[in-house]
Design a protein around this ligand. Sequence first.
Ligand code: AKG
Ligand code: FE2
Length: 336
Amino acid sequence: METTKALEIIPAVDIDSFLNGTEAEKNDVARLVDKTNREVGFLLITGHGIPQEMIDDVFAVSRTFFEGPGETKQAVMAPAGEQQGYHGLGLSGLAAKEGNEAPPDLREYFMTGRLDVSAPYFHEGDASKYYRPNRFPDGMDAFRTKIEAYYTAVETLGQRLMQLFARALDVEETFFDDKIDRHFGILSSIYYPAQLEAPKPGQLRAGAHTDYGALTILAPSNAPGGLEVKDLSGEWVSVPYMPGAFVINIGDMMQRWTNQRWKSNSHRVVNPPEAVAHVGPRQSLAYFLHPNFDTEVSAIPGTVAKGADPLHPSILAGAYMSEKEDAIATARPKRA
Ligand SMILES: O=C(O)CCC(=O)C(=O)O
Ligand SMILES: [Fe+2]
């Protein structure tokens, strides 16, 4: 499908007019966001204020890490059941979350959580499960500083996007503020290697899945073998690459929060065409915004019709996450 057609399904929104605009401009952006989130749950945003150079720096330090010595990666491996740290090639598959049998995804990734988890809140009760300390490789200072700077930038953008979402949902713009001020958002720097051998039948760079947080801020790179999302008729559409734009999508928790008014849509990362598969890797940066672990996710006022019951019971964000993680753990794909 050509880009213009794809942009009708997944529109590009300049959010500068929300961040710095008049009331009328803010409302225009909010209306468009509401429409898109109802229909496809994916949009592109420009005017977000994060310089391309900052994104490119994270791609560069990440590439050095992923293409560097195996020992460096092993040393910061995330232990089973933990997110922070390195996740090796062929160890996990996103399709498993949906209960689908599939060979492991053709990707490796490095995950960074909240930068400062020293306050007591992050250690009370179950909390420490969601707020683990980060695991950075020794002697790679640029890797750490570039990732941390980017984490802070997308963390702030995520908070502003939640304000935009609140406006789009016709609640106070600050509605989500105290529900995400101690979020357990996590940044994944993902590396999809060049494919020197053909993938196994059914094997993808990332199998079809939905994200489970509130929203995802994705910085893709312009390499063949990219992101696809389901359109209204259930056909896969390539998400267009637009320099400087982020892809924003709704996760399962936001779908629940909006009583399914907004769609947490299925997406996947396909393999590159065979002729260019060996040429190089694809990289992306995905920041998953998860609310505070003790935030109650229940239908937002106005999303349930008069006299109707909410479609889902209320659930704590942390408990919801654990449920999903357990489902993945029991459905781990077979090693290729
Ligand atoms: O790399 C991408 O473009 C998307 C990755 C993704 O969907 C995920 O990690 O949840
Ligand atoms: Fe995803």
